[in-house]
Design a binder for this molecule. Structure first.
Ligand SMILES: [Mg+2]
Length: 295
């Protein structure tokens, strides 16, 4: 397992604001006040794979849940660590599933990666990534096939070729550092997990001995705190809904938002019971699926 903790940014807003003890409408709010009704929550960040759909199929009740968000005036954002598609491609996929949204409603690990590369002043990379991800990088002036890259960038490359693995390995052998879009080991599918970025990282470490300088995406709290800030909300007025403890729920706790675990994807109730006391991955609310939320 990739050591996620090592590579995560420290929370900023969380440290400033703390996780509990806000006063909303004269009433102190703590995480324990929140249940599946999500009363008091004004924005939800929704994981996609395993939460809204699994593979190409909608989770039963997902569309009705999204309609309840609309009716109750709860803002909703779709969040994915999956960097294989561009935001435009995600928008088309959601539209095809009957989910109304705009491109601004979609937050990908690629966005977090672009912010990180910008902070680091990186403009030249060699990217092991799909055309969709490369297009998002190139749109903000970051090269993806540079012969003298400042970083090797690793995304969830579902169009991987041996040539890309070969070129990236040569750059890594030469001392070019590595950054990855997210840490997930596998991408869930109805037929079992498929190799994702974490598995590629293991491949590059086995080949070159190089570990990444940084891993973007969930569970980095920056992935949602930028949006929370832009909405003018406090973290405790927001919820993160997802099916993975080590990305979705760990990020919720880092960001200080309500962490809602759905059992429609990867994690099971037994996984939660096996967590040590006060684990960062402990959810505030557990439901079978989004079908139980906002009722
Ligand atoms: Mg998921």
């Amino acid at each position: 397992m990739v050591d996620v903790e090592r590579f995560c940014r420290q929370p900023t807003l969380t440290e400033t604001l703390g996780r509990q003890g806000y006063v909303a409408a004269g009433k102190p709010v703590t995480m324990s006040d929140v249940d599946a009704s999500l009363d008091g929550v004004e924005a939800v960040f929704l994981d996609l794979d395993g939460t809204i759909y699994l593979g190409g199929e909608l989770i039963p009740g997902a569309l009705d849940f999204l309609e309840r968000c609309q009716t109750k005036g709860v803002r909703r954002y779709f969040l994915s660590n999956n960097s294989s598609r561009s935001v435009t491609q995600y928008h088309a996929k959601l539209a095809a599933l009957g989910i109304p949204c705009t491109e601004d409603d979609i937050l990908l690990s690629t966005h977090d990666l672009l912010a990180w590369l910008k902070d680091e002043g990186v403009t030249r990379t060699y990217a092991v990534a799909t055309e969709g991800m490369c297009a998002m990088m190139e749109a903000v002036g970051i090269s993806t096939r540079d012969e003298a890259p400042e970083y090797v960038v690793l995304g969830y490359d579902t169009q991987v070729t041996y040539e890309k693995l070969e070129t990236a390995s040569v750059h890594l052998h030469r001392g070019v550092p590595l950054v990855a879009s997210h840490p997930d080991m596998v991408c869930p599918s109805p037929d079992g997990g498929l190799p994702d970025v974490g598995a590629y990282l293991a491949l590059f470490e086995a080949t070159t001995g190089v570990k990444p300088d940084h891993i973007c995406g969930k569970p980095n709290p920056g992935m949602i705190l930028h949006a929370v800030e832009a909405l003018g909300l406090r973290p405790d007025q927001c919820a993160m809904v997802g099916d993975r403890l080590y990305t979705d729920i760990a990020m919720a706790n880092r960001a200080g938002v309500v962490g809602v675990l759905v059992l429609s994807g990867e994690a099971t109730r037994e996984d939660v019971q096996a967590l040590p006391a006060d684990a960062l991955q402990t959810p505030d609310v557990i439901v079978q699926s989004v079908d139980e939320l906002l009722r």
